[in-house]
Unconditional design. Structure first.
Length: 228
């Protein structure tokens, strides 16, 4: 895995700058890791949590409400013969005390483990970024820096005399052009770029294999089974 120092040095190479020109360059790397990169390629985690004698389970430490997602549940836990729980067999439930995982129709005995596959943000020290993504994240961090540099040039141009203003605006446009190129290179590497260079939109619709029966055993559709 990469380190914050390695990614920061790669970012400085990408934007052809050094530490003397960019105060605390690692802040752009941290922003890139914890925001866009974590959304595009979240860290996948596997954790065993213990039951408490009810259907409700405490979520693991680090589970971030609004970001983390449960992608799979195994119960009972069997390393040789995994026992995946169907998507209909568990759900997220929000309580006054916070969000919990609820098993549907199952009470997990106290101390009995349930295995969760879930996602979280990458560590801001870069140690969870795969080596293969080192320069990918560096490109994104470089784009963030160049966007900040462009904004700084525009501010300087607005506050200076007209001759200098033209020069600063030109430099600002050059910085924005480089930022766009770096961001596209990041998107290409992550796989979120369309043929025109823009981020691909989400699909207009998707398919879902949904159980025809409700939890109480009644038909999900309004028609009788024989009429479908």
């Amino acid at each position: 895995m990469a380190t914050l120092e390695q990614i920061t040095n790669a970012m400085l190479d990408v934007v052809m700058q050094d530490n003397s020109r960019i105060p605390t360059p690692s802040r752009f790397v941290i922003q890139a890791i914890t925001q866009r990169y974590s959304l595009d390629r979240p860290l996948e985690v596997c954790t065993d949590i213990n039951g408490s004698g009810t259907s409700l389970l405490e979520l693991p430490d680090g589970f971030e409400d609004g970001f983390s997602e449960v992608s799979g549940v195994e119960y009972p836990v069997d390393d040789e013969n995994p026992q995946p729980v169907d998507d209909m067999g568990y759900r997220m439930r929000r309580l006054p005390s916070g969000i919990r995982l609820q098993m549907v129709g199952i009470s997990v005995p106290a101390g009995s483990p349930v295995r969760l596959q879930w996602t979280q943000r990458h560590a801001d020290d870069g140690t969870t970024v795969a080596d293969a993504d080192l320069y990918t994240v560096a490109d994104l961090a470089g784009a963030l820096y160049m966007e900040k540099l462009a904004a700084d040039y525009i501010d300087l141009g607005d506050a200076s005399v007209s001759a200098d203003s033209v020069s600063y605006r030109t430099k600002g446009q050059e910085a924005l052009t480089m930022a766009k190129a770096l961001r596209k290179r990041y998107q290409d590497a992550i796989g979120t770029t369309g043929a025109d260079g823009d981020t691909q939109p989400a699909p207009a619709f998707g398919r879902l294999n949904q159980d025809q029966m409700m939890g109480d055993g009644s038909p999900r559709l309004i028609h009788r089974g024989g009429g479908r």
